[in-house]
Design a protein around this ligand. Structure first.
Ligand SMILES: Cc1cc2nc3c(=O)[nH]c(=O)nc-3n(C[C@H](O)[C@H](O)[C@H](O)COP(=O)(O)OP(=O)(O)OC[C@H]3O[C@@H](n4cnc5c(N)ncnc54)[C@H](O)[C@@H]3O)c2cc1C
Length: 353
């Protein structure tokens, strides 16, 4: 089938790759390339955060487990190829399994995330420790991961068009330089409702981050660039404000904020200072590391993830009789749910015959 995917963030690219690998002819259309999406702001760690899955046809655990299993597979591919020095290449998925701590501060902490982890990785992947739960989870190095996804899409034959879609009817009629599709997937993130004539349930949850250089850990040498961190920390219930420290290879993403209803996607200097102060209180080594940059993005919050085939009533008047699948509203867990979403979309397309 000819499928047009609207969106080149982690959701759109994952759907496009999965569909192309299932032998569909796929075109992605988007007005922001992967490096310029909310997805590129995510650190990202596999962790369900600020996402609701209320649709009775969907199981959050199932989507999470499918994604987790795929990321574990990608991390394993990268790790085993990396063991052979000749094999190290830019073509490897930038995903690593990393140990860290989910800090707990309440009498009844939300431990729902543990079930998918244990189901996929076994009971040894998590352990209760003083102050929280330690776990080994995938760390996905965006934006290099998005570049890897896009390359993988191209290799699988996906075509890209860089345009704003203003009308679903025009898209279905092939007026944006794409073929007239047999089905459309809307993976537009916070703007997912735009092409569908609006969505009153979408609500931005602004997140701000500071990116620090990760040091080389060569203390005492002339070239010492500071401590090298590998372990992550998630401390969402920190009374001073939600705090996370997510070390990648060369840098460390430090957050954060969760401002519900704010449409401001520019980083704010005062907020950055507060974020850094909180993070340094939790991980003092951070104070030694230089700031590489600042970022902010709008998590696509929604009353519930919108993932499914839309009915005629849900489509704007005048939309031709072409199946439209919604895949947006992933809140703070778009990367975490990306492969589960892509697999679900591909299953739905298979039912269209
Ligand atoms: C600071 C921060 C940290 C985060 N950390 C994590 C994390 O650690 N783990 C995690 O899982 N998630 C994290 N998230 C959440 C995650 O980033 C989002 O859930 C995810 O990026 C949503 O991806 P998406 O592909 O659906 O949307 P986006 O990345 O926003 O992509 C939307 C795409 O749709 C296109 N588009 C939309 N409308 C149109 C139109 N009309 N015409 C053409 N193109 C259109 C855009 O151009 C873009 O290409 C974080 C978010 C923030 C802000």
């Amino acid at each position: 089938m000819h499928i047009t995917v609207v969106g080149a963030g982690v959701t759109g690219l994952s759907c496009a790759l999965e569909l192309a690998e299932a032998d569909h002819d796929v075109t992605v259309i988007a007005d922001h390339g992967p490096g310029d999406t909310v997805s590129a702001r995510a650190a990202a760690i596999w962790f369900p955060y600020r996402v609701a899955v209320a649709d009775p046809d969907l199981s959050a655990d199932h989507l999470l487990e499918r994604s987790l299993a795929r990321f574990v597979g990608l991390a394993s591919t990268a790790a085993s190829a990396g063991e052979d020095a000749d094999d190290i290449s830019d073509d490897l998925p930038p995903v690593e399994m990393r140990r860290g701590l989910v800090r707990e501060r309440t009498a009844t902490p939300d431990r729902s995330w543990i079930t998918p982890v244990v189901n996929v990785l076994g009971a040894d992947a998590v352990s209760e420790v003083d102050g929280g739960v330690q776990a080994t989870l995938p760390m996905i190095m965006t934006p290099t991961y998005l570049a890897w996804l896009m390359d993988s899409c191209r290799i699988a034959g996906v075509r890209f068009r860089w345009r704003t879609v203003e009308s679903l009817a025009a898209l279905c009629a092939g007026e944006y330089g794409t073929d007239s599709p047999d089905a459309v997937v809307v993976a537009g993130g916070i703007r997912g409702g735009e092409v569908l004539g609006g969505d009153a349930e979408i609500l931005p949850v602004r997140g701000q981050i500071v990116v620090l250089a990760n040091g080389d850990g060569d203390a005492g040498t002339g070239d010492d660039t500071g401590p090298h961190l590998t372990d992550w920390l998630i401390d969402d219930d920190n009374p001073a404000g939600e705090t996370y420290v997510l070390p990648r290879v060369d840098d460390i993403v430090v957050g954060g904020t969760a401002e519900v209803g704010s449409w401001d996607d520019a980083p704010d200097a005062e907020t950055a200072e507060v974020i850094l102060a909180r993070a340094e209180a939790a991980v003092p080594e951070l104070a030694e590391l230089p700031i590489l940059g600042h970022g902010a993005g709008l998590r696509p919050g929604r009353s519930s993830l919108r993932l499914g085939l839309l009915t005629d009533d849900e489509l704007p008047d005048g939309t031709p009789d072409i199946p439209v699948i919604a895949a947006y509203g992933h809140g703070g867990a778009g990367v975490t749910l990306s492969w589960g979403t892509a697999e679900r979309v591909t299953e739905l397309v298979a039912t269209l015959g």
